[in-house]
Ligand binder design. Structure first.
Ligand code: ZN
Length: 391
């Protein structure tokens, strides 16, 4: 099985840390709103990956977090007049309602940032001890220049980042590229006690802490949308590897954007469709089919017409399954004729090609193509067989 690794920029043979076991961490949503169709793409992509690896005999451990402490949540809680953690909790429930409808398997563990504050504080203390972080006025920053390999995932160099840095940087930071591990509490924000006073964790630290807590220092696959490569995943590497001196992730997998008129679908751009709006108009299996009919690394442009096409295409596959059922129920003779043997041989060949496509960096687009070839063969076989039966 080969997987495209963002870290090396090429497809690599999947060799897991332990044979037949695979440990996956996927970045989950920041829970301040209902999820939109763009958020649903990584859910379906990594759910499909997980199911396929299980089908291929792997024992899969899957962890997906909830970011329930964040600026966006705090801003939203001010607008709504609802306490930030309560609001986040409410949207976690809403997330599960949407994800369950979409038939996304629940992760083995769904850790939440707010429930790992102690682990996060301990990690930050260790980073300070090792010289990778420093405190200023109740904030703690990661010292990017101390981590020599910074930029290896996104292919950026610290020097370029510094020369491109905007002018209004926080002057308390040693370097403009340094990022917050801990933020001192401002009035009205949720906070926890820490050695640096009352505050809350930054976004990046929660993921590397929760990933290593549940999956170990080195995990097999880390997934997420390609918008997370920089800075989020770059920072996760810096935090985790500075601490353990071990590779954090063996394979970094990133899905492409869902776009509308070639623009990324996002809440901040306002060009989004909520998943539940889409699910009101189309069944969940059609939405899933639409989201995986394109290879996960390719951009996927959205319009209603494409969902309608997906509905028809999936309908054709379902019709074939129905015809097969009907044929098996009404088949008079139990004998397998020569034509049927020929058909089964071809179907088996195509089944192997389906597996080969999936093994080649989870090429669902090509794999689904093979499903249609199978459906085609069966349809023409059945068309003849039904005629004979009718005689
Ligand atoms: Zn994350």
């Amino acid at each position: 099985m080969r997987v495209y690794n963002t870290l090396s920029g090429r497809k690599e043979e999947l060799v897991t840390l332990e044979p037949h076991r695979v440990k996956i961490y996927a970045c989950g949503p920041t829970t301040y709103n209902y999820i939109h169709l763009g958020n649903a793409r990584p859910l379906v992509v990594f759910d499909t990956l997980r199911r396929y690896l299980t089908y291929r005999g792997y024992d899969v451990t899957y962890v997906q977090n909830f970011t329930d402490v964040d600026d966006k949540i705090i801003n939203r809680s001010r607008e709504e007049g609802e306490e930030a953690l309560k609001l986040a909790e409410r949207y976690i429930d809403e997330y599960f309602e949407d994800a369950d409808t979409l038939n996304i398997l629940r992760a083995d563990i769904h850790p939440r940032a707010s429930q790992h504050i102690e682990d996060i504080i301990k990690t930050i203390e260790k980073l300070i001890d090792k010289g990778f972080a420093y405190e200023v006025d109740g904030d703690v920053f990661y010292r990017v220049k101390a981590f020599k390999e910074y930029g290896k995932l996104s292919g950026r160099s610290v020097e370029d980042m510094l020369s491109g840095a905007r002018v209004e940087v926080d002057e308390r930071k040693e370097e403009a590229v340094d990022f917050a591990l801990w933020k001192a509490a401002k009035p009205g924000e949720p906070f926890w006690d820490s050695p640096w006073g009352q505050g809350r964790p930054g976004w990046h630290i929660e993921c590397s802490v929760m990933a290593t807590k549940y999956l170990g220092d080195t995990i097999d696959i880390h997934g997420g949308g390609s918008d997370l490569i920089f800075p989020h995943h770059e920072n996760e590497i810096a935090q985790a590897e500075a601490l353990t001196d071990k590779p954090f992730v063996r394979y970094w997998m990133h899905n492409g954007f869902l776009t509308i008129n070639s623009e990324k679908m996002s809440k901040s751009l306002g060009n989004f469709f909520l998943l539940r709006e889409v699910l009101d108009k189309f069944p969940a299996d059609v939405v899933r089919f639409y989201l995986i009919a394109t290879h996960y690394r390719s951009p996927l442009d959205f319009d209603d017409g494409k969902l309608e096409e997906a509905r028809k295409a999936l309908g054709r596959l379902k019709t074939t399954l129905m015809l097969v059922d009907e044929f098996q129920q009404n088949s008079v003779s139990a004998d397998t004729d020569l034509k049927e043997i020929e058909l089964l041989d071809k179907v088996n060949e195509l089944r192997q090609e389906f597996i080969a496509a999936m093994n080649d960096d989870f090429n669902t687009a090509r794999a689904i193509g093979h499903l249609f070839e199978i459906s085609h063969l069966i349809n023409s076989y059945l068309a003849t067989a039904f005629q004979i039966n009718a005689l």
